[in-house]
Design a protein. Structure first.
Length: 459
């Protein structure tokens, strides 16, 4: 027994609370015939190439629980988020505000039945789509409950790698002074990219704290559109390739969660090459390279000093872009043609502008309340949620200004507002700007809120 003097000189320090971690996955592949997401046309799925999953990770530290939920879907919706959180809280007692849901943006997943003219035109009103959407929160909650029940004492390692030559900015300065969007391979009018890419491959792995050190889950973050496959069969795209490859290495019990970093203006198309880049072979090429980099990062990973688990969230009201009465009248005519499937179809960018105009005016000027959430573990790890397809430069600003050693952004999280360009991009125009349902400056508002939360907890 220690003497009173020794206690005064060397007081007892409470040991850090044990970290508990659990992970699980549930198949969420829709039925054949369910409308598919990702394009400005109605496409009914003819089958499945590879399954879609919801993957859940529950982290508990000193009584606080936080949840990361990765979905093989085109995006998340505000309604899906609210209902899933409600069910999760009822079943597990984990506060709904401590749950972060994020999507991979796979363009070979289902259309999500929700409000808005664009959603309706791409199958949102379809019976199978509605049934799928109605049942999705229950499957999400089931995955979280399963992960929560599987919690074990765990240790954490982390690392950041780089995989260059996979992601490319798809906006380019052109010889005519404009900024082009996906201007085509080997286009001689291309001068240079109009924005950056983020080649970081961020990895966090949770393993059991016993001698076996079995992998519980691996979180992977990379910033590139998931639109490499195409076709009419459900597929998780290159993210599914990563998960399958890591399962072969770490065991079938290991769950891989993929978080999509900010890539609203970035895809996989290399305009300096004439080689085709579409299909499952392309998804395998990209996923294989990224899986290899994940393993390389893990070979050189650093142990994480576990500290407090903290979750904060705030709502940012994003203003709407202006839509004139003349623009609305023109838009209604275009939408009518699209819904009637007239031939030839209206020009693509006219369709984009039309659906945006109608959707925006339907809100009657009401700003979009959007969530920015931060989950942090100690002073090393932070996950940030952003509600849309965020331009890469905005994500880099958050990461560069973060006080954490590793800051990972999950876009299309806790609901989506669509494209969120930079202020500079608004002045340049083209597809993402034409499509944007939020006003200029919205991205910078989200950056400011994320930075505020990150700085507040790491003082």
């Amino acid at each position: 027994m220690r003497s009173l003097l020794s206690l005064l000189l060397f007081p007892l320090v409470a040991p850090a609370a044990e970290l508990l971690v659990g992970a699980a996955q549930v198949d969420i592949t829709p039925e054949k015939g369910t409308p598919m997401a990702g394009y400005y046309s109605l496409r009914a799925a003819e089958g499945m190439h590879d399954p879609l999953f919801v993957r859940a990770l529950v982290i508990e530290q000193d009584g606080t629980r936080a949840v990361l939920v990765a979905l093989d879907l085109i995006h998340t919706t505000f309604g899906m988020t609210a209902e899933s959180r409600k069910l999760i809280e009822a079943e597990t007692k984990i506060p709904g505000a401590n749950v972060m849901l994020f999507a991979s943006h796979a363009h070979t997943g289902p259309t999500l039945a929700e409000g808005g003219t664009y959603a309706a035109a791409t199958g949102g009103g379809n019976k199978l789509a509605k049934e799928y959407m109605a049942g999705l929160p229950k499957k999400i909650a089931a995955a979280v409950a399963k992960a929560d029940a599987a919690k074990k004492p765990a240790k954490v390692v982390r690392g950041i790698g780089k995989e260059e030559g996979l992601a490319f900015n798809r906006r380019f300065h052109m010889t005519d002074g404009t900024v082009g969007w996906n201007p085509g391979k080997l286009n001689p009018k291309i001068l240079k990219p109009a924005g950056p890419v983020d080649s970081a491959v961020q990895v966090v792995q949770f393993v059991t704290a016993d001698k076996e050190a079995k992998v519980i889950a691996t979180y992977v973050n990379f910033s590139m559109h998931a639109d490499t496959v195409g076709g009419l069969h459900f597929s998780a795209d290159y993210m599914g390739v990563i998960a399958e490859a890591l399962a072969k290495v770490h065991g079938e019990q290991a769950v891989t969660l993929f978080g999509l970093g900010c890539c609203g203006d970035v895809n996989h198309i290399n305009v300096n090459s004439g080689k085709p880049q579409k299909g499952h072979a392309e998804a395998s090429r990209i996923g294989g390279r990224l899986a290899g980099e994940v393993l390389r990062v893990l070979d050189n990973s650093q142990p994480v000093e576990v500290g407090s688990l903290v979750v904060t969230t705030a709502t940012v009201n994003l203003d709407l872009p202006s839509v004139t009465d003349e623009e609305l009248d023109f838009a209604k005519g275009i939408v009518k043609e699209v819904l009637a499937e007239t031939k030839p179809a209206p020009k693509f960018l006219d369709q984009v502008q039309a659906f945006k105009a109608v959707d925006v005016r339907e809100r009657l000027g009401k700003p979009i309340g959007s969530e920015v959430q931060v989950i942090s573990l100690g002073g090393e790890l932070a996950w940030v949620s952003l509600p849309g397809e965020i331009f890469t430069d905005l994500g880099l600003q958050i990461k560069d200004g973060s006080p954490f050693k590793q800051t990972m952004i999950n876009e299309l999280a806790n609901g989506s507002v669509g494209y969120v360009p930079t202020k500079l991009a608004y002045s340049q125009g083209n597809y993402e700007v034409i499509s944007a349902r939020v006003a200029e400056g919205s991205g910078e508002k989200l950056v400011a809120e994320a930075a505020k939360q990150l700085r507040a907890r790491n003082r």
